[in-house]
Design a protein around this ligand. Structure first.
Ligand code: PRX
Length: 658
């Protein structure tokens, strides 16, 4: 280690706070610390500031309507169109020839769309959807990887007022079917395949298998030809080639339909505590205003920037911070098709250098992988174009934070550690980079106007240093409005724990544990429900359990998360075989395959542990905490309350802790 490095290490160890560089502060979008008081004093009208970032057709008359809480409504009676806000108004302004989307393919190809080219593509596909019979409020499912047709299809849906439901391309056929069934979606846009580490992956077979599981009639399927001759495939009668359909609509002009602020913009399915995914409903006015506002205030996005969020659009991060937020602000948003280590482990840094990326936003899992690969990869590239870094999706450990700060940011970029959820639509707890100091590992204070608190089980605020639960005690524009077709579950999942219904006081519970310090900085500790976070992806343990018990030969199963150096958490399956079934490689493989088939590779078990019994309390409840401790290699603590303590040692012996 050089002397310089040693000095920095020493400084990092002893000084746990970092100030944003002067050069950043001077140019930041938000710099006045008074914004926190201003938003508090002027709440909820403070949110006009977010709405002002959009172009409204009809002005709203009320900022917040809480008459039917917790079914809050925002910017009521306002009308607007999301596609108009993300494209047309920039074309009508002075950005027609500026790049809207810069796409980097895995094999080195690139595609770039100016705002006027994007408008053309979106209009042609909007016309295509209409021609197929898609009407306002029909849910269109998009099962596409990171290719430009995905944001084009999303914006085309938004243009004609058809909510989209994007299903992550890595999800399995079953997962697609479950989501299409839940959304009663009659239209699907998918593709033949895509590239991963240089290989052509077949996607259409997975889509077709999923379609077999759809319980209602699917009118039409549009298939993008991403692989050309690399994958031959047949199209069924109701399946059409994307390019053929779009060619018929060449030069089409489709006026953006006028949508009420509260009309649904999209549905996004996410995991909950039961096996059934939840259809989170986001709206046109509140969601768009909130994703634009947070992109402006937290990510510091400016029209002249090249901005790169390295998430997948199949998750909420990609919806809010690859597509809607940055395009609403008229910037250049980058999309990358592939993986960070192909063809070499410096791929991300090569792309940052090549595109002069100003802002880079990724997940802690990726940072831990970069760290493991080594600092020589970023060191090969000029990363001086970077101005701001961000993280999202899971807690970041201080060591990874400091590595990111030093080796990617060159000690010259603030880092925003942004806590939020699919349900919140946008960021909720994080520093404002032009205002606050930063503390590695701690997300920061709640954003202005967000009343997030750390409370005990009764809902009372706790003192600094103690662990408690996150609650949000006031609504915000980006919040989910309900769970699709399930208002009851919306209340029971998010509002039941801490609200006082009689007093009409509603408190949102995100199911996260956290600590708060004297400065009001919040360190998020992780989920307190049966949801685990693998590589920043949220998975329901119940969903995985039901996949495991669906495997022939498995009688009972418990799935928990255990610590993992890179992924944050990994999936551990404890399974009881049925009588007469041999435990061994074959059964293990079938369990793994069962999970892959029903969810996808992101849920792939790290280990499958066969056991004759699961540790249970005297009342018969599985002691999950104990199984988590075994998986993480932690102290097991007191097992005397178990009905069957002897089983614990038996299980622990089998777990390969390396
Ligand atoms: O546990 C929190 C964790 O991710 C969960 C939300 O997952 P999802 O809806 O898939 O959205 C991920 C992208 C916003 C939260 O309940 N989480 C998210 N961001 C952070 C985080 N945990 C700690 N620190 C964060 N910055």
């Amino acid at each position: 280690m050089s002397q310089e490095d040693a000095n920095l290490e020493a400084r990092l160890e002893e000084q746990e706070t970092f100030e944003p560089p002067e050069s950043f502060v001077e140019q930041a979008n938000v710099t006045d610390p008074g914004i926190y008081d201003e938003f508090e004093e002027n709440w909820p009208d403070c949110w006009e500031r977010a709405a002002d970032l959009l172009s409204w057709e009809e002005e709203y008359d009320t900022v917040l309507d809480d008459d039917n809480a917790p079914f809050y409504e925002w910017f009521t009676n306002g009308t607007l169109n999301a596609s108009y806000n993300c494209i047309d108004r920039h074309v009508e302004g002075d950005r027609a020839d500026e790049t809207a989307i810069e796409w980097e393919g895995e094999l080195g190809e690139t595609r770039s769309y100016t705002y006027s080219e994007l408008l053309e593509e979106v209009e042609e596909f909007a016309a295509t959807l209409r021609e197929l019979g898609v009407e306002e409020d029909d849910v269109v499912t998009l099962y596409l990887p990171m290719i430009p047709e995905l944001p084009i299809a999303m914006l085309a849906c938004a243009r004609i007022g058809a909510p989209h439901a994007v299903v992550f391309a890595g999800f399995s056929a079953d997962a697609l079917a479950t989501r299409m069934n839940a959304g009663e979606s009659e239209y699907l846009v998918t593709c033949d395949g895509y590239y991963r580490r240089g290989d052509a992956l077949d996607h259409i077979s997975k889509a077709n298998e999923g379609l077999e599981g759809v319980e209602h009639e699917v009118s039409d399927v549009v298939v993008v030809d991403r692989l050309g001759d690399d994958l031959e495939h047949d199209l069924a009668d109701n399946q059409h080639d994307y390019d053929d359909l779009v060619a018929e609509q060449e030069g089409a002009s489709v006026d953006p339909v006028s949508r009420d602020a509260e009309d649904m913009l999209f549905l996004m399915y996410t995991s909950g505590t039961t096996g059934k995914p939840k259809g989170v409903k986001h709206t046109t006015g509140g969601y768009l205003a909130y994703s634009a506002w947070t992109s402006h205030a937290v990510l510091d996005v400016k029209p002249d920037d090249t901005y790169w969020c390295a998430a997948d659009i199949g998750w909420i991060t990609g919806h809010s911070y690859i597509v809607y937020g940055p395009l609403a602000l008229g910037t250049t948003t980058m999309m990358y098709e592939g993986t960070p280590d192909y063809p070499e482990k410096d791929r991300m840094w090569e792309l940052v250098e090549k595109n002069d990326v100003d802002i880079f936003y990724t997940a802690p899992t990726a940072i831990r992988a970069f760290m493991k690969w080594g600092e020589q990869y970023p060191a090969e590239h000029d990363l001086s174009s970077l101005r701001l870094l961000g993280t999202v999706g899971e807690p970041i450990n201080p060591r990874a934070w400091k590595w990111y700060y030093k080796h990617i940011g060159g000690e010259n970029c603030p880092i925003v550690d942004t806590w939020w959820q699919t349900e919140t639509g946008g960021m909720m707890i994080t520093t404002l980079p032009g205002i606050s100091k930063m503390k590695p590992g701690s997300a920061g204070p709640p954003l202005p106007g967000i009343d997030a608190r750390i409370v005990d089980a009764e809902g009372n605020e706790i003192s600094a240093g103690e662990a408690g639960y996150v609650t949000v005690n006031n609504p915000w524009p980006g919040m989910l409005r309900t769970l699709y077709n399930n208002d009851e579950r919306f209340i029971s999942e998010y509002w039941a724990e801490y609200s006082d219904e009689e007093a009409d006081e509603w408190v949102y519970f995100p199911e996260d544990g956290a600590k708060i310090d004297e400065d009001g900085f919040i360190t998020v500790l992780g989920r307190v429900d049966d949801v685990i976070n693998v590589s920043g992806h949220r998975l329901g343990t119940m969903e995985i359990e039901s996949a495991v018990v669906g495997v022939e030969g498995i009688a009972e199963a418990a799935v928990v998360g255990g610590d993992h150096e890179v992924k944050g958490e990994a999936v551990y399956v404890y399974a009881i075989p049925e009588d007469g079934y041999e435990t061994g490689d074959e059964l293990e493989e079938r369990v793994v395959q069962g999970v892959l088939d029903s969810i996808g590779p992101i849920a792939k078990p790290e280990e499958v542990i066969f056991t004759p019994e699961l540790p249970k309390t005297r009342s018969g409840k599985i002691m999950r905490r104990l199984l988590e401790n075994i998986a993480s290699g932690d102290e097991l603590g007191n097992t005397s309350t178990l009905r069957n303590p002897e089983v614990v040692d038996e299980i622990a012996e089998q777990v390969d802790l390396d």
